[in-house]
Design a protein around this ligand. Structure first.
Ligand SMILES: CC1=C(CCC(=O)O)c2cc3nc(cc4[nH]c(cc5[nH]c(cc1n2)c(C)c5CCC(=O)O)c(CCC(=O)O)c4C)C(CCC(=O)O)=C3C
Ligand SMILES: [Fe+2]
Length: 362
């Protein structure tokens, strides 16, 4: 039995022209406490790239790669694409698919970690899309693969990319080289409540920290070196009065320059492809800071369409399909533990409003 009629890549979405930038930003920040100056600043980042976010083209490439890997494994299941904040919108993708006779969907998101912004918010948007189709009399079922920050495919691909970049940096002195693992900053309150809701919290921070540590260990073994690194953040928004995860990558670079470090390997492990946060906040802004400080910066590629990463995502698709068929199935995890495919009640909560979320037990 095939439990799903289609695999559905669900992403954040981005604008593709100057005219789409402001409507996109208003959609993303609707009801949020984001200062106007911050919106203008972010709009400017998009305008620098001609108003076109890199994210959609990267998702088109990922879509092709997922499709190819499924075909390679002998599966004919269609692979569709929907976004939360830009065309093609998730509800439109589902409606169109329903028209083609597809009813049961398995979502893979372009977000690996556990937090409200990176997990539950996707689940809320799935629930809203399913509800809006139901209002039109169209019934669909949507499940999701588990968060894959702790899946070996993601971790191994990142480990290899960081190891190659350290080699490429060519600084043999361990004390002069640092690896900066970078992810999207989030409000501290969001991080404090991230995780399954069993009282632990800080899972967003912890997943990144743990991955950074195993990457350093593995790269150190491969290269026979004693490597040093730290977890740092980019793309803070929100009012200055609200605490967000720190240190910011730019502050971190300043600190390193003061410690005699000459080479920084910047590894954006928080992102699955070169989003604007990577292309602007790291490749433009952090690169400028490094340049001013006289630091050599090597930016590690994001996993993108790396074969090991893509293969890991399809392993997760097969794992979730086996679960749906009621089979006992292994949940490979490294580093740390596998997250459940069905999120626990109250995990990674929305701290502002209670909204229905799909793919969970609540
Ligand atoms: C954890 C996280 C991820 C990673 C997980 C994931 O991938 O989902 C992520 C991804 C992304 N965020 C993106 C864009 C934006 N995020 C914003 C705002 C915010 N992000 C937040 C968190 C995250 N965001 C938060 C806590 C806010 C504050 C407002 C709110 O609570 O919602 C804003 C508003 C302006 C600003 O404040 O910067 C924009 C434009 C794009 C598209 C980029 C492109 O075009 O390539 C992508 C992939
Ligand atoms: Fe964001």
């Amino acid at each position: 039995m095939r439990p799903y009629d289609a695999v559905l890549l669900l992403s954040f979405g981005g604008p593709e022209s100057r005219e789409e930038v402001m409507p996109f930003l208003r959609r993303v920040t609707a009801g949020r406490d984001i200062p106007d100056e911050r919106l203008e600043e972010v709009a400017h980042h998009y305008y620098l790239m001609g108003g076109r976010s890199p994210i959609n083209d990267q998702n088109r490439a990922l879509l092709d790669a997922l499709h190819a890997e499924l075909r390679r494994r002998g599966s004919a299941v269609p692979v569709l694409w929907g976004n939360r904040n830009a065309e093609p919108f998730l509800a439109d993708t589902l409606r169109e698919a329903h028209g083609r006779g597809l009813r049961r969907f398995l979502v893979v998101t372009t977000s690996a970690y556990s937090s409200y912004s990176s997990c539950r918010q996707y689940r809320e948007d799935i629930a809203a899309a399913v509800a809006s189709l139901a209002d039109e009399g169209l019934e669909v079922v949507v499940d999701k693969v588990r968060p894959y920050a702790t899946h070996p495919g993601f971790a191994r691909a990142n480990t290899r990319l960081v190891t190659d970049a350290i080699r490429e940096a060519g600084q043999p002195d361990d004390d002069r080289l640092r690896v900066a693992f970078v992810t999207h900053s989030i409000p501290m309150g969001m991080d404090d409540t991230s995780g399954p809701g069993d009282g632990e919290g800080n899972l967003y921070w912890h997943q990144h920290d743990e991955l950074g540590h195993v990457i350093l260990d593995e790269a150190g073994i491969t290269l026979d070196r004693n490597l040093h690194g730290a977890l740092v953040f980019c793309s803070r928004s929100g009012p200055p009065s609200q605490p967000w995860l720190e240190p910011d990558i730019n502050d971190h670079l300043r600190q390193l320059a003061g410690q005699g470090v000459t080479d920084v390997v910047v590894a954006p492990i928080g992102f699955v492809s070169d989003h604007m946060e990577v292309r602007y906040d790291l490749d433009v802004e952090a690169a400028e800071t490094a340049d001013e400080l006289g630091l050599r910066m090597t930016r590690v590629p994001t996993v993108g369409v790396d074969a090991e990463f893509v293969s890991g995502l399809i392993d997760l698709v097969e794992e979730r399909a086996a679960e749906a068929r009621g089979e006992t199935v292994a949940h490979p995890a490294w580093p740390g533990a596998a997250m459940p495919s069905i999120c626990r009640p109250g995990c990674c909560p929305n701290l502002r409003v209670a909204r229905p979320a799909a793919c969970g037990a609540d």
